[in-house]
Design a protein around this ligand. Sequence first.
Ligand SMILES: Nc1ncnc2c1ncn2[C@@H]1O[C@H](COP(=O)(O)OP(=O)(O)O)[C@@H](O)[C@H]1O
Ligand SMILES: [Mg+2]
Length: 202
Amino acid sequence: MICLDNSVLINHGKVRACYQHPKEPSLVIKVPVGEEKETNYANIKELKGYQTLMREHVDLFCISHCYGFVSTNYGRGLVCDCIRDDDGAISKTIWDVIVFQDDCDVKYVQKVADEFCNFLMSRNIWIFDLNLKNIALRLRYDGTYQMFVIDLKGRYDDNELIPFSSYIKYFATKKLERRCQQLIERIPFYRNKRAELQYESL
Ligand SMILES: Nc1ncnc2c1ncn2[C@@H]1O[C@H](COP(=O)(O)OP(=O)(O)O)[C@@H](O)[C@H]1O
Ligand SMILES: [Mg+2]
């Protein structure tokens, strides 16, 4: 059994806590927080969502890959790639960069998001949950960012819709277009509200 504690905690999401793997720096372990069914089901949803996505796109680079379950002192955990910057630091989410980082080139983050969205659209990659907290910005040595989707549980909820939407590709494209638009608009929106958001997070 793998023993997790606060010294390896990366962050909490709504339903899971994400820890560094204590022995393997390239991996994270996600464990449910709370007793709700939704919480316990999140890891299964993510693994299934991930597997479906990989059946459609074998060589996806822009996601955190998932490897299956391990037992931990906090229950069954899902093992996935840990997204790290070139200097080894754990990459921040878009949310953390635009809300909590003082020096942030908002226009540049928007440009990276725009290019990322164009990539998803051009390859018909149906990832619709583009929440700012679910996308990591990997900082490269040259100062550029690369985006990675780190939470694919939403993909599971979309599975039923996907065969239909892919069949009528038009609807999936429109949905992805809307979600991409939202992502790009939210970047300056939350940046402008950051004092309030920082206060709420205390
Ligand atoms: N693969 C990863 N690499 C680095 N950090 C991660 C990774 N996955 C999750 N995190 C961090 O943990 C947080 C919560 O993880 P997430 O999977 O989104 O949980 P939830 O299902 O509760 O939303 C993320 O917002 C991010 O800060
Ligand atoms: Mg999340």
